[in-house]
Structure formats: structure tokens, C-alpha cells
Design a protein around this ligand. Structure first.
Ligand code: PGA
Length: 252
């Protein structure tokens, strides 16, 4: 079983000038937790160089929140995977629900980004998850199967092994509503089954994170579920104390 991964998605928060104080505190507060879990923070692009410097020689890893599917060219405002690698970034979140639903990214585009990230030997975290109306309409399984098939269906087992999956029910993101550990486990079990169809017993090696209003108060119960291999934390990752408390609540 891989170590649990506790990942923080800062979204459009924390300016470069705030990174130093954040890193100093997190390194202190999470000093014990990093012995048992992997810790990753994903700042906004302008804060990446400072975050890399601040976590240099620390086990805390630094990743990006998105990337463009092309390597370079006339794409005003975009950042390529090659640029991230040049900076020393391997981890990248792809297909986050805000990219899908606020910025209009579809499965086709997310697949292109995923293929590029894998070609560049990056470590993508692919997010999937259903909307509230899809859950209420009893369509969660259908949505997860569709997102899995459209984004991961064509990938080779070798490529799938570089991937981390994140199950993030859209209705639980930033809303304070969390999936119960049982509801989350059910979705994770389904995703594990889909991975198993491609990877057989190696499917246990691919981490499946849960995301959506994870906080210190609910993290331990979520992380205790068989198929929850970590968490992707938005709001609660902005405070080093609560992010460290989430990491500390993970079982070994
Ligand atoms: P949240 O965000 O923890 O603030 O709900 C999770 C995410 O968007 O990854």
C-alpha cells in the first residue's frame, strides 16, 4: 500500500509574499506527520518559485494547479508543462471541478492535458466527480464511469501507474458539505474497480484521493476508509495549522 498523500490546493489564494511564513509554520507543525504521509502543496503560478525555495530540503513537495496542453506558442496567459518542469515542478492537478465548471474544460481537453503531462513524465492528479443534480438523480456511477473512460480509457497501464486520481464530488467542494466516509468509500471502490480492470492487482498502488470540504474534524474518518489513499484539501490547506492537523490524523 502506498503512503497516504495529503495534498493542498491553494487555488487563487496566498500571494508570493505569504509563502515564506506559511512554509516555516507548516514545516514546524507537520514535522512528525511527514514521517508517515506524503505532503504536497499546490500554490498559484507566481508563488511556485518561492514555494520551491521555501520547501527545498524538506519532504514537502510542490505542485501546480493546472497546465496547458501545448508545449509553447501563442496561448496568451497560459503556462505549459515544460515550463513547470523547467522550474522543477512534477506534480500537476488536472481536471479540477473549477477548471471543468468555471473555465469550461471538457473531458477531451483534460485528456489532452493528461497525455501531455504523462509524455513529460510529470505526476498528474486527475480529478473526477459528480454534480449535485447528478448525485440526486442517481447518476453518480454513470458519471464516474464516463469521466474515467473518456480521460483514462485509452491510457497504457504504464501511464496509469504515474497517475493519482482524486474523487471530488462537486457538491462537496467549498460548500462545507462533505461526503460521509461511507459515501466516499463507495465511489472510491468503484474507481478502484475501474483501475483493476486495467491494472489487475497493481491497481492498489494507484492513489485515489478524496476531496471536498476536508477539515481536521473529518479527515481521520475519511482517511481510515480502505480505498481512500489521501485527501485533496482546498480551504483548510490555507492555514498551515489545519493542514498539518489533517496530515497528523492519517493512519500510518
Ligand atoms: P475544499 O476544496 O476543500 O475547499 O472543499 C477542495 C478542492 O477543490 O480540491
Amino acid at each position: 500500500m502506498p503512503r497516504k498523500l495529503i495534498a493542498g490546493n491553494w487555488k487563487m489564494n496566498l500571494a508570493p509574499s505569504e509563502v515564506g511564513a506559511y512554509a516555516a509554520l507548516l514545516k514546524e507543525r507537520a514535522a512528525e506527520a511527514v514521517e508517515k504521509v506524503d505532503l504536497l502543496v499546490c500554490p498559484a503560478y507566481p508563488a511556485l518559485p518561492l514555494a520551491l525555495a521555501a520547501f527545498d530540503e524538506s519532504p514537502v513537495m510542490v505542485g501546480a494547479q493546472n497546465m496547458h496542453q501545448e508545449l509553447s506558442g501563442a496561448f496568451t496567459g497560459a503556462v505549459s508543462g515544460e515550463m513547470l518542469i523547467d522550474l522543477g515542478i512534477e506534480w500537476v492537478i488536472l481536471g479540477h471541478s473549477e477548471r471543468r465548471h468555471v473555465f469550461g474544460e471538457d473531458d477531451q481537453l483534460i485528456l489532452q492535458k493528461l497525455q501531455r503531462a504523462l509524455e513529460l513524465e510529470m505526476r498528474p492528479i486527475l480529478c473526477v466527480g459528480e454534480l449535485l443534480e447528478e448525485r440526486e438523480g442517481g447518476r453518480t456511477e454513470e458519471v464516474l464511469r464516463r469521466q474515467f473512460k473518456l480521460t483514462l480509457g485509452e491510457l497504457e497501464p504504464k501511464e496509469l501507474k504515474r497517475l493519482t486520481l482524486a474523487y471530488e464530488p462537486v457538491w462537496a467542494i467549498g460548500t462545507g458539505l462533505t461526503a460521509t466516509p461511507e459515501t466516499a468509500q463507495e465511489a472510491h471502490e468503484l474507481l478502484r474497480g475501474l483501475l483493476r480492470e486495467k491494472l489487475n492487482e497493481d491497481a492498489a498502488e494507484t492513489r485515489i484521493l478524496y476531496g471536498g470540504s476536508v477539515k481536521p474534524a473529518n479527515a481521520a474518518d475519511l482517511l481510515a476508509q480502505d480505498d481512500i489513499d489521501g485527501v485533496l484539501v482546498g480551504g483548510a490547506s490555507l492555514d498551515p495549522d489545519s493542514f498539518a492537523a489533517i496530515a497528523a490524523s492519517a493512519p500510518r
